[in-house]
Design a protein around this ligand. Structure first.
Ligand SMILES: *Cc1c(COP(=O)(O)O)cnc(C)c1O
Length: 364
């Protein structure tokens, strides 16, 4: 926590706004919109709920196909199934580890050829805080007139040529789950420059309750709004967001300075800022998974938690049957990469200790 969260929660208690409505919620939405430079925002119960509503707002229908990055967390992909649509998974490119524009175009053309219909939406993920190749991805989506949802759950504050990730697509989504760069304990947001999209999302998130004194419902809605208490936490967290990003970028640079001779690191393309949510080195050479395993175990012996990278969706048992356009990169990264402890409160001597253990493993 940053320090002011308690004060905002106290305010919410004093005013008795303990519900999914209230002044802190409105202020959180306003401040987040201002920070991102976007017209409208609906604070929601989770990032997953935000993607679910984004698909509904964009009119994705059962049986339709939706393209999604394969190298991501399941929360990006599961909402496609919630709306009865079929995920079509697309692999990564090496400069950002995110959706490969050439493969995206190949997938669109092939899906049109095979099904006679273009996909209903494209979900572009900005993994580990690194913005995807937005210039090319967005122009391909526009050429085929397919709406884009940016999954910026891990990329709050990341920038592509000075503009915030999550503001390029038709809809952007964020997550404030406990593991993200700032948190409301659990929460998310849907943002757009199209006010109607955000209003529709807010309507669906409030059980699709019509504007009438009695409870009138013409369609099926959801209970997806963020609580005012959680928004109060969010107000405190927004105050320290830039500090957190600076700290995570520092942590990345500390690791890189110490480990650059042993591992490869994902550099920022020119004019791109990653929030460096997590530092993710990759082991070079053949059979890197052996080294990754040894590092994770060696760190664990010191009571230090580390993990493999996200397991691509096309390798997950639940998504093995869906169409996938792959090039081997996400699979290679899954085998050879790992997540180092990257919390905003890490000190340089802790990073040194962790780096020392990693180097010991590769030297043995
Ligand atoms: C965390 C995350 C989500 C889901 O957000 P929740 O708030 O946990 O539902 C979606 N996509 C990615 C890439 C994430 O990291």
């Amino acid at each position: 926590m940053g320090g002011e969260e308690r004060r905002f929660i106290e305010e919410a208690f004093s005013a008795n706004w303990i519900s999914p409505a209230g002044p802190h919620l409105r202020l959180f939405e306003e401040q987040l919109s201002n920070y991102l430079g976007i017209k409208a925002c609906a604070a929601l119960a989770s990032g997953t709920a935000a993607i679910h509503l984004a698909l509904l707002v964009l009119g994705v229908k059962p049986g339709e196909e939706v393209i999604c990055s394969t190298f991501t967390f399941a929360g990006s992909c599961n909402p496609i199934v919630y709306v009865g649509a079929v995920p079509v998974l697309v692999d990564s490119e090496p400069y950002t580890w995110n959706m490969d524009p050439d493969l995206l175009e190949e997938a669109i053309v092939d899906r049109i050829r095979k099904t006679g219909k273009k996909p209903g939406a494209i979900i572009i993920v900005h993994l580990y805080g690194m913005p995807a190749r937005l210039d090319r991805l967005i122009s391909i989506a526009q050429a085929y007139e397919i709406p884009v949802i940016e999954d910026a759950a891990e990329a709050l504050g990341s920038e592509w040529f000075g503009r915030k990730a999550g503001t390029f697509g038709d809809i952007g989504i964020f997550s404030f789950n406990g593991n993200k760069i700032i948190t409301t304990s659990g929460g998310g947001a849907l943002v757009s420059n199209n006010q109607n999209y955000v209003e529709k999302a807010r309507f669906l998130a409030t059980q699709a309750r019509e504007n009438a004194l009695h409870y009138e419902h013409r369609e099926v809605g959801y209970n997806y709004r963020l609580s005012n208490i959680c928004a109060a936490i969010g107000l405190g967290q927004l105050k320290v967001l830039e500090e957190r990003i600076a700290q995570r970028r520092k942590v990345f640079n500390w690791y890189k300075a110490r480990l650059n001779n042993h591992f490869s690191f994902l550099n920022e393309p020119e004019n791109v800022r990653s929030n460096r949510w997590i530092t993710t080195p990759v082991v070079p050479g053949n059979n890197p998974e052996i080294t990754v395993n040894r590092i994770i175990h060696a760190l664990d012996k010191h009571n230090i938690e580390s993990r493999p990278l996200w397991k691509p969706m096309h390798l997950q048992p639940v998504y093995r049957q869906v169409p996938a356009y792959t090039n081997g990169l996400s699979e290679k990264l899954f085998k050879g990469g790992f997540c180092l402890p990257s919390g905003s409160s890490l000190a340089v001597n802790q990073v040194e200790r962790i780096a020392g253990i990693c180097i010991e493993v590769v030297n043995n």
